[in-house]
Design a protein around this ligand. Structure first.
Ligand SMILES: Nc1nc2c(c(=O)[nH]1)N[C@H]1C(S)=C(S)[C@@H](COP(=O)(O)O)O[C@H]1N2
Ligand SMILES: [Mo]
Length: 253
């Protein structure tokens, strides 16, 4: 899998993917000084190129026959803290997802409220940066509906996902921008392969942001915070792995 990611990335970088269309599109964009200034790294180039090719292009979806017989759990396999353990024992009956920050209407959404929103069911491939992939079915409301309910402010540029687990001694968190937040396949999954999410996969809800690598898919999401900047939050790089190991913030596949 890593091989495919790397080769697609280098293809995008050299402009070989999509042939002349991509090259000329990039060349045109590159003529604009503002655009050039905005590209500080290959990561930026990848993000902008992916979006120039179709801002809301869908990740590939699969058939039930393609489901992986085993979908391993990775990273944290349990939530931390007494409160989490108690919610787990109660089947998350009294749990609520906090939505706050730059929103006109901060929310505490119980699972029943998340399940009452329009739902999406999608079978997609999860690609972990460590070199394994698995195909699973994910079920949950589109994140966009939650943002509409909370009336997210136009000044919000990022959504931060605060998780219930501690990994390597630090709280896990992740962030995405509004383009990915409003992507049709970006959902808060409460079910996997037709069953409520197991603890190891991030119960009660985990993010699916299908055009990015596994570490962006925050598990055990307790709180979603809308922010204008990622500066001043933990290490300031927008995610646990970004802060601790220099992983790319935009981990496009
Ligand atoms: N809260 C939290 N989310 C997380 C992680 C984690 O350790 N904690 N690991 C990430 C990584 S690296 C991967 S590959 C996926 C693994 O998801 P899975 O356990 O459902 O396979 O979750 C991601 N989300
Ligand atoms: Mo991963």
């Amino acid at each position: 899998m890593t091989k495919l990611i790397l080769s697609r990335r280098s293809l995008i970088r050299t402009g070989a993917l999509g042939g002349g269309l991509l090259l000329s599109g990039c060349d045109k964009l590159y003529q604009q000084p503002a655009f050039r200034g905005a590209l500080e790294s290959a990561e930026d180039l990848h993000r902008v190129t992916q979006r120039a090719l179709g801002g809301q292009a869908l990740a590939q979806e699969f058939r039930p026959a393609d489901l992986s017989p085993v979908f391993r759990a990775n990273g944290s396999k349990e939530g931390a803290g007494e409160a989490y353990k108690q919610h787990l024992a109660q089947g998350f009956d009294r749990w609520a997802l906090r939505v706050d920050g730059l929103v006109a209407r901060p929310l505490d959404l119980p699972l029943t409220a998340l399940k009452a929103l329009p739902q999406r069911v999608q079978i997609t491939r999860h690609d972990c940066v460590e070199g394994w992939s698995a195909i699973g079915q994910w079920h949950g409301p589109q994140l966009g509906h939650v943002l509409d309910l909370a009336r997210v402010s136009p000044s919000a540029r990022y959504l931060v996902f605060h998780c219930a687990d501690i990994y390597g001694g630090a709280p896990y968190y992740e962030s995405i921008d509004m383009m990915d937040a409003r992507h049709p396949q970006t959902i808060l999954a409460w079910a996997m392969n037709g069953r409520p999410l197991e603890e190891a996969h991030g119960a009660p809800v985990r993010l699916r942001v299908e055009r990015q690598l596994g570490y962006k898919h925050a598990k055990f999401v307790m709180r979603i915070e809308a922010r204008e900047t990622l500066a001043g939050l933990y290490g300031g790089k927008g995610g646990y792995w970004e802060d601790s190991s220099g992983y790319a913030w935009y981990a496009g596949i």
